[in-house]
Every structure is written in structure tokens, then in C-alpha cells.
Design a protein around this ligand. Structure first.
Ligand code: NAD
Length: 370
């Protein structure tokens, strides 16, 4: 009886938190004329502006994520870090520091000196690169993750660690792949991500750590990708616009889940700001669409009609064949209202524009100087 009352009460609280969250998102959205995600942040900013550290921040996701978070929380509240040399542009808008995730004391010093509240952990070796150097992938992806999670526990940080479709394997259902199912990945990248998901959940239940994790599909942005299996969907825009040719390392009919960077960042921002009461899980699938190389190239032909495509599958084909084809993100949509905005048509239109404006002039200059 007592148990039933407790359960009923907790359901009531969750329902009312969700109702209030949705109402405040909509109201703020109306008032500010901004998108829903920006409004959520505005609502929370009244409470406290978090100071955020991004590790591996000069990679494909970190670069764009820093820009987005700085727009919302202010330039000086977002500290970008990496072990590679920053460009002038990455230094222009806010603090950048050297941070090796294998150096625990160095990380402690940063958290203390900058009074960090949230940690966004992007440092990793991606799937294709990880297979080429397994010992380094173990160090960066597993030992590095041990450091940041322990750090988050010690200093009571909210910690976000991305996972991936690569956290699934040949025994997982591939179409669709639900939030909770068999995960037996066959790459060191996937193994390290399952490890991160499980350790994060364990720290949450054992120590109350505010661990949050989204499994992203292939993320498509104009920034150069870091050696993943879905990189073809970025490379075709760079090489297609510059050389009107692209040799694809996957078979034409290899279907994989994907999302445009704007949707990836919206999901991250909204998820980081979702009240704990609404999170029935600490790890959620998110996605926007699924397509094959052939379907993507057919859309790209509309903008680059003289583009020549050839196919030469390599080791990445084998990785892709063991990954989800269609990702089921219904739990993220149900629990915290995740919605994507970009479908294949909008994605291609945006990528052609982004690469033409941001990269084509630089790439053409490099070609002339060669
Ligand atoms: N890009 C995608 O499509 C995608 C999809 C799913 C998940 N993710 C995840 O998102 C995160 C970021 O991905 P990305 O595409 O930006 O990767 P990326 O390879 O572009 O960037 C990773 C960064 O980590 C840095 N790094 C490597 N070793 C380090 C160390 N010892 N200390 C500190 N930094 C170090 C690198 O210098 C690099 O800048 C990764 O965890 C990845 O698994 C990415």
C-alpha cells in the first residue's frame, strides 16, 4: 500500500515537472521569438550560468559545440581544450587551454582554476583511427574516460560523454536499433563507448553523478571529420565541390543513421538542460534520418550535376555492416521532447552552402599553392 502510494506520488511529480518544463519551453519560446532549445537555456540561465570545459574541443564536434555554447552562456564561460595547436579562429572567441585527458592532475587544476561546473568530454579516437592504433585508443578512450569521470565525481560536475551507433554490433537488431538491446561491438571504439555508458550509469546510481550520454549517429558538418566510418557523408561535399569527383569507401547501398550538426547541437543543449526528474535513462539514442551513399549522392547531384562518383570499399565497409541501419530514438522524443529539424534535402542544401562559404575558397587557394 505504502509502496503504491510512493509510486503514484513519484509519477505525479514527474508528470507535473514535465508539464511545467514543456509549458516554460513554449512560453519562453513565444516571448523571445527564438527556437525552443535557446529558450530552455534562457530559463535556466536565470538560475546560474554554468562554466563549461570541453575536452577534445578542436575536433569536428567540439569546434561547433563551443560556438553554440558560447552564444548561450557567454564566451568566457566556455573553456575549449585540446592537445593540438589551435587556429587563430579557435582562439578568437574565448579561452583555450592545453589539456591532455591522460593527465589527471592537470585536469584537476583546470577544474579548480576555472571553477568548472559542466564537463563535455569529446576527446576520443574514432572508429577507423582506433582500429589502426588499438593501444592508443585504449589509453585515450578508456583511461581518459576514467580520468574525467573520476574528476566529475570529485568536483560534482555535470558530465556529458557522447556515445555512438558504433556501440552496437553484429548481434544487435539493426533496423530499428532500440535504446536498450544487445551491444557487442567489434571495434575498440565501440567497446570503449559501451564501457563509458556502463561506467557512467554505475557512477550515477552509486555516487549520484549527473552523468548524461547521447548516442549520436554520423554527424555531418562542414568541419573536417576525425576518422570515423560515416566521414564519407562530409568528404563528398569537400571533394565534390572542389574536384567534382569523389571515391566512396562504402558500398552504394550501406544504410546508416545520420544527423546534421545543428540537430546534434540542439539535442545536446536541450539534453543538458533537461531536469533530472524527466530523465528515465542516462543514455539515449538520438537521430534524424538514415540514408545510403547512393541516396545522399542523388541529392548532391542536384547541386553538383557534373559530380563523378566511384566506389572502392575498404575496411570501413566491414565496420558499417555491423552498425545500426535505423536508430530508434523514441525514448528521447518521449522523455525530453527531442525533435530533429533537418531531413536529407535540408541537410544537403545546408552542407553545400556551408562548405562553399567556409572551406571552398581556402581549399582552392591550397590547390593553387601546391
Ligand atoms: N563526429 C561524429 O560523427 C560522432 C558521432 C558519434 C559520436 N561522436 C563522439 O563525439 C566525440 C567528438 O567526436 P569528433 O568527431 O569531434 O572527434 P574528432 O576526432 O574530430 O576530435 C577528437 C579530439 O580529441 C582530441 N584528443 C585526442 N587525444 C587527446 C588527449 N589525450 N587529450 C585531449 N584531447 C585529445 C583530438 O586532438 C581531437 O581534436 C567523440 O567522443 C566521438 O566518439 C562523434
Amino acid at each position: 500500500m505504502l509502496l503504491r502510494n510512493v509510486i503514484q506520488f513519484s509519477r505525479h511529480v514527474t508528470r507535473s515537472v514535465r508539464r511545467n518544463y514543456q509549458v516554460s519551453v513554449k512560453l519562453l519560446c513565444k516571448e523571445s521569438g527564438q527556437n525552443e532549445n535557446a529558450s530552455v537555456v534562457k530559463g535556466n540561465m536565470a538560475e546560474k550560468t554554468p562554466r563549461i570545459l570541453i575536452t577534445g574541443g578542436l575536433g569536428q564536434l567540439g569546434t561547433e559545440c563551443a560556438k553554440m555554447l558560447r552564444r548561450h552562456y557567454g564566451n568566457k564561460n566556455v573553456i575549449l581544450s585540446d592537445i593540438i595547436k589551435p587556429t587563430e579562429e579557435s582562439l578568437a572567441y574565448g579561452p583555450f587551454i592545453f589539456a591532455d585527458i591522460l593527465d589527471f592532475k592537470g585536469l584537476q587544476k583546470i577544474v579548480v582554476d576555472y571553477r568548472i561546473d559542466w564537463l563535455i568530454h569529446f576527446s576520443a579516437l574514432l572508429s577507423a583511427v582506433g582500429e589502426q592504433n588499438v593501444p592508443l585508443a585504449v589509453r585515450v578512450n578508456i583511461e581518459g574516460m576514467h580520468n574525467v569521470i573520476e574528476l566529475a565525481k570529485q568536483y560534482k560536475l555535470r558530465i556529458f560523454i557522447p556515445s555512438t551507433i558504433g556501440a552496437f554490433g553484429p548481434d544487435s537488431p539493426r533496423n530499428p536499433t532500440p535504446n536498450v538491446t544487445v551491444q557487442r561491438p567489434r571495434t575498440i571504439y565501440g567497446v570503449s563507448k559501451v564501457h563509458a555508458e556502463l561506467l557512467g550509469e554505475y557512477y550515477h546510481h552509486r555516487f549520484g553523478l549527473d552523468f548524461r550520454c547521447l548516442r549520436f549517429p554520423g554527424v555531418i558538418s562542414s568541419d573536417p571529420p576525425g576518422g570515423g566510418t560515416t566521414d564519407y557523408a562530409v568528404a563528398v561535399f569537400h571533394e565534390g565541390l572542389l574536384n567534382k569527383r569523389y571515391e566512396c569507401y562504402l558500398e552504394p547501398n550501406t544504410r546508416l543513421p545520420m544527423m546534421y550538426i545543428e540537430d546534434c547541437l540542439s539535442a545536446l543543449l536541450q539534453f543538458l538542460n533537461t531536469p533530472n526528474e524527466l530523465l528515465q535513462r542516462r543514455v539515449y539514442n538520438v537521430t534524424a534520418m538514415s540514408f545510403t551513399p547512393e541516396e545522399l549522392f542523388n541529392e548532391v547531384f542536384k547541386y553538383i550535376p557534373d559530380l563523378k562518383i566511384s566506389y572502392k570499399p575498404d575496411a570501413r565497409q566491414h565496420i558499417a555492416e555491423n552498425w545500426p541501419q535505423v536508430f530508434d530514438d523514441s525514448e528521447a522524443r518521449r522523455d525530453w521532447g527531442w525533435r530533429h529539424k533537418y531531413d536529407l534535402e535540408r541537410l544537403v542544401e545546408s552542407m553545400v552552402r556551408d562548405v562553399s562559404v567556409n572551406y571552398l575558397p581556402k581549399m582552392q587557394l591550397n590547390q593553387i599553392n601546391r
